[in-house]
Design a binder for this molecule. Sequence first.
Ligand code: GEK
Length: 241
Amino acid sequence: MKDEIYKKPLQNQEKFEFSQKVAGVFDDMISRSVPYYEANQIMTSQMTVEFYKENSMIYDLGCSIGTTAHFLNKAFGSSGFSYTGIDNSKPMIEEADKKINEFGKWHNIQFVLGDIENYDYKNTSVVIANYTFQFIPPERRLLLLQNIFSKLCAGGILLLSEKVIEKNQTFSRIFSQLHHNMKKAHGYSDLEIIQKRDALEDVLIPNTTDQNLELLKDAGFQNVAIYHKWYNFASYIALKT
Ligand code: GEK
């Protein structure tokens, strides 16, 4: 379904929430808002295949409607894997569950309603957190990363994708403008883009590209690389050695 949530002028601008309305149009919303969303999903699944260890769990933090699981299903083909997608939005998990029968029977896939900050993680070789940390209060991000680091096996990875800002304000301004232009090219009006941006204020809080690198190092990851970057979006791979 087409995302038209911010199409009409809104009298009372409410804060953005992962509601029923958002879950219903999420596919369209995220693919028109996040640059190279599909390419990033493919890269996420390729690296997951590369680093996944048998008998361990893949965790997808903030799995939304389960799109990443579908890319993993395709990338793994007939090799089995275990996956848990966690999200604290009930409508998102309900949407994800609607397509649970589309996965290969040899894959062990589940979607769970839960908070990624209190989840009881088990042995894992791949943790995926695509565009989710940006919704965690900044002062709690290190603790969550430390918890993930402690549950990863040696040789395991965290794949982290985020909206980012730059330290240099000129770069930040230009990158934001280019993102705005990209959304317009994907069919959103200026009004839609501005109303959504206002709704996300203080809800989606981006770190700088460097802050994320530092956080990952502080959490214990010695080897970190940026594997995908588009202006104000960055994806990091962090390896536990
Ligand atoms: C994708 N990864 O398609 N606990 C659990 N879930 C949370 C929490 C939390 N504390 N905070 C936010 N979420 C997906 C896209 S969307 C990104 C991820 C976006 C969930 C929230 O409910 C939402 O579904 C998801 O994180 C972020 O690749 O909408 O920009």
